[in-house]
Design a protein around this ligand. Sequence first.
Ligand code: EPZ
Length: 427
Amino acid sequence: MDRILIRGGNRLQGRIFISGAKNAALTLMPCALLTDEPLTLRNLPRLADVDSFGHLLNQLGASTAIEGSRPEDFGRVMTIRAGRLTSTEAPYDIVRKMRASILVLGPLIGRAGEATVSLPGGCAIGNRPIDLHLKAMEAMGAEIELAAGYVKAVAPGGRLPGGRVSFPVVSVGATENALMAAVTARGGTVIENAAREPEIVDLCNCLVAMGASISGIGTETLEIEGRDRLHGATYAVMPDRIEAGSYACAAAITGGSVELAGAEANDMRATIAALVEAGVSVEEGKGSIKVSADGPLRPITLSTAPFPGFATDMQAQFMAMLCKADGASVLTETIFENRYMHVPELARMGADITVTGRSAVVRGVAGLVGAQVMATDLRASMSLIIAGLAAEGETQVSRVYHLDRGYERLEEKLSAVGADIERIGDG
Ligand code: EPZ
């Protein structure tokens, strides 16, 4: 398993190109299942999860051709052709490795009138059930049965009637599955308390480009008129707001100044507000954001929430940055029940963090010390990288396969702005 070695202390200076968003790519790719025409996605990030999703689509009978991308280009072009499905089953061995595989549920029902998907099981940050996904399918008329660790969903007569989906709590994935099942339903569907993340807007825009009828895009109430069929399209994946926010924290903790090329400030209002409150300067340019920190970082109080609130996917990265603030910060994680796996690892680097229930008090320390640490989940691993960039001495992060799921060419992007970082392959 690869490890990443960082010798901390360098101020990051320069430009980082932001890749296409992982969490948009993983919901745009299954859209191809909804039509027998090709869907071409541009600005697709080179990530392990994108590759895994491609393999899942292949198992269902879709082809995934990567086109015309030079090695030095960020972002790939992939054309997905699901002219004829050969399976409607997402097997356990794929779903257990990547829970986003559940996002084939809605499009398979929308295209083939049925889907059999392995229950994803939990992951490091929580047990992450899919009850809301299943309730949404039932609300649109699907018959659901659970057996032997799989869920089978069937649209009576081969096509969902549609209906009213009212989510008791906001769920990004369940909103995505509901949208992808509703766009080809026989009738109309209303989704209430829908997630409003920018990735949901990207999904809606892609579905509309494919001929879907969706109103209320970007709000918590979505109205969909089912279409008999959707057509192919070419669509560019939105920039990754979490990758951009992660590199902003890296620039800030090192007292550097980094331009995040391609970042979309409107997707990151809560992150930007928190950075500014922490004493970081943020300048919004045309198609980029410049983040600089020349003074001390200030402690802040943060609570994660669904969009437009502060993203749970940014919590670990802010925690790392705030380890160097002048005072005590309080972070509260309201979305997942176990998203503090990075705390003991940061403590090994000299951080002073106390977790009580859902909240963590981060007392700033004068300096962090490099150590051997272990990545446990995607965003936790990024928090260790961020801490390592500012730590004195050498930090070695193991199990970096977690990182490769969500950060394209991390060492390359950080080296380009002055970080002393390298990957050691263990074969
Ligand atoms: C998406 O996960 C993202 N993943 C996550 O990013 C992100 O943290 C999360 O949304 C919240 O923003 C992708 O888009 C691939 P949820 P998702 O359904 O859809 C509970 C990353 O680091 N819930 O909005 O799984 C759930 O347990 C990843 O990039 C149910 O109870 O998140 C959680 O507590 C991590 N029942 C809360 O809702 C359900 O059926 C929010 O989950 C579904 C969810």
